[in-house]
Design a protein around this ligand. Structure first.
Ligand code: NAG
Ligand code: NAG
Ligand code: NAG
Ligand code: NAG
Ligand code: NAG
Ligand code: NAG
Ligand code: NAG
Ligand code: NAG
Ligand code: NAG
Ligand code: NAG
Ligand code: NAG
Ligand code: NAG
Length: 406
């Protein structure tokens, strides 16, 4: 029995490993690599079976394929992958001076293949072609996309994942520079790295005036007192397709909404301007509160930038107090998004009479506050030294004159 279980486990493992194998193809021209692809691809094909019924079959692009019919050109290239009993899948690439992209994807399948299309009522060969929706990739960059992407086209659906792809390889070697698909860029899922709450220098903020400080509040209904208060000057830095862009939040056109945190529920502050929406989620735990999540979306024309992190612990203070940080503070939320706060004061829980309670200062402010006591201390020490020096000098002079001081 045990042995049987082991064998089953091994078989399952083997099946798992087989399933997760990707298909890798290389096309060469003059013995130099010019086209490369490594990907996982599932086809789902609906076809008519005997008895006027439809059946749908899902199968994976096998590892064992041919590249017959592929060619590399100066302006266009074709990757043609043949597999199984007469099926083929082809990508045609186009390039311009700076970029390349997939122009279209064409899939040809032979319904005669009864290992895949069981009981097919037709022996036809069919072809579907879809316009490539792949983003343009910089020349000499490899395109990578781990996320699942689905292409629908009538009776055929194609699902891709773990894709690496490079066309118009100039050098015979794959590029080390990758263009990562949008779907792989961090959105609301927390990145693996934890953020550093201390001020950092990356990304470089472009010179912008310091943002105006806004006062924001949230209440449960228009007649109730405020349950969340915030004062902050906010500057955003985000990576808009290629470059980091910086912008200030203008309090004059920014409204605050959100949720009151009570009975264990989180407190949320949502700031919304004409094109930016940024939300801050605070949680309470063990008589303290802290900032736990930040999500941002920025709409620029037809593009929307999203980023966030739901795994933060910043701005911690005791429940019933507010958190304050007058110094500029940079918070790196993700690889593509950071924000800077000025004159920050926030109280997400237990607001009484719609006004701030006493504040817990941030470390940066405390460092500042230490300077005064240190200066006073140093001045006192210097004073003591001067007095001591005067005493000893005076004493020596007196001795030299032969007096005995008491
Ligand atoms: C099979 O699918 C085709 C295309 O979607 C559709 O026109 C046809 O009515 C379907 N046949 C049956 C029996 O469902
Ligand atoms: C791909 O197809 C196989 C069956 O061939 C299936 O087991 C697997 O779940 C599919 N994966 C995706 C992501 O569609
Ligand atoms: C791959 O395909 C070739 C030719 O079709 C065949 O000879 C070979 O056995 C196949 N290999 C595997 C591992 O299926
Ligand atoms: C690929 O093409 C070459 C030459 O055109 C031919 O000799 C070879 O048999 C083809 N391979 C397959 C698997 O069709
Ligand atoms: C491609 O470019 C090379 C060098 O620029 C040139 O020699 C070759 O003729 C071009 N090939 C085609 C098909 O245009
Ligand atoms: C591409 O480069 C060629 C010659 O280098 C130039 O004539 C052409 O205008 C460029 N095209 C674009 C879209 O930049
Ligand atoms: C398909 O081909 C097979 C073998 O070539 C034949 O037996 C069958 O009748 C054909 N079916 C149709 C629908 O043409
Ligand atoms: C060309 O290949 C060499 C190594 O073979 C590499 O150092 C160089 O960066 C490559 N250049 C480009 C533009 O890919
Ligand atoms: C890769 O990117 C770096 C920085 O963007 C650039 O300096 C380098 O030339 C690129 N390499 C290739 C082969 O394009
Ligand atoms: C707010 O107060 C006004 C006037 O007192 C009243 O008419 C309205 O119903 C109240 N709204 C809510 C949500 O309590
Ligand atoms: C916001 O409005 C105030 C008063 O209405 C004005 O003084 C200030 O300049 C405005 N700030 C911005 C950034 O427009
Ligand atoms: C936005 O999309 C609309 C409709 O697709 C298009 O007409 C417009 O040119 C696009 N604007 C930009 C800035 O891409």
């Amino acid at each position: 029995m045990f042995r049987y279980a082991c064998v089953t486990l091994l078989l399952l493992l083997a099946a798992e490993i087989r399933q997760s194998r990707s298909t890798e193809v290389k096309v060469e021209e003059d013995k130099k690599l010019c086209l490369y692809a490594n990907l996982m691809l599932n086809f789902s094909v609906t076809y008519e079976v005997t008895g006027k019924k439809n059946a749908t079959v899902t199968f994976t692009l096998p590892e064992n394929v041919t590249t017959n019919g592929s060619r590399c050109g100066n302006d266009s290239s074709l990757l043609k992958i043949g597999f199984g009993k007469g099926h083929s899948w082809a990508l045609s690439f186009m390039r311009d001076n700076q970029t390349y992209k997939v122009d279209n994807i064409s899939f040809t399948y032979d319904l005669k293949d009864d290992t895949i299309f069981k009981n097919s009522s037709s022996n036809d060969t069919k072809t579907v072609t879809v316009g490539g929706e792949m983003e343009a990739v910089d020349l000499n960059n490899i395109y990578t996309c781990k996320s699942h992407e689905t292409l629908h086209s009538g009776l055929v659906q194609q699902v891709f994942w773990n894709v690496s792809l490079q066309a118009f390889i100039s050098n015979g070697t794959l590029s080390k520079n990758a263009t990562i698909c949008r779907a792989d860029l961090p959105t609301t899922t927390p990145p693996s790295t934890t953020i550093t709450p201390k001020p950092t220098t990356t990304p470089k903020p472009t010179p912008l005036p310091q943002p105006s400080t806004g006062s924001y509040h949230v209440n449960a209904n228009p007649n109730s007192t405020f349950c969340l208060l915030a004062m902050v000057g906010l500057q955003l830095h985000y990576k808009d397709s290629k470059e980091f862009v910086s912008e200030n939040i203008d309090p004059n056109i920014t409204t605050a909404t959100g949720n009151c945190g009570n009975n264990g529920s989180d407190a949320v502050l949502v700031l919304k301007s004409d094109h930016v929406t940024i939300s801050f989620t605070f949680v309470e735990n063990k008589q303290k509160f802290f900032l736990h999540a930040v999500n941002v979306s920025v709409v620029n024309g037809n593009d929307t930038f999203h980023s966030g992190n739901a795994n933060m612990s910043l701005w911690e203070a005791a429940l019933g107090t507010s958190y304050m940080c007058n110094k500029q503070q940079t918070v790196n939320v993700s690889d593509s998004f950071a924000f800077v706060t000025y004159d920050l004061r926030v109280q997400p829980f237990e607001v009484k009479n719609s006004s701030f309670a006493t504040a817990d200062d941030c470390q940066a402010d405390k460092d500042d506050n230490l300077i005064v006591p240190i200066a006073v201390g140093v001045a006192l020490a210097v004073l003591v030294l001067i007095v001591l020096a005067a005493y000893f000098i005076g004493r020596r002079r007196n001795q030299a004159r032969g007096y005995e001081s008491f």
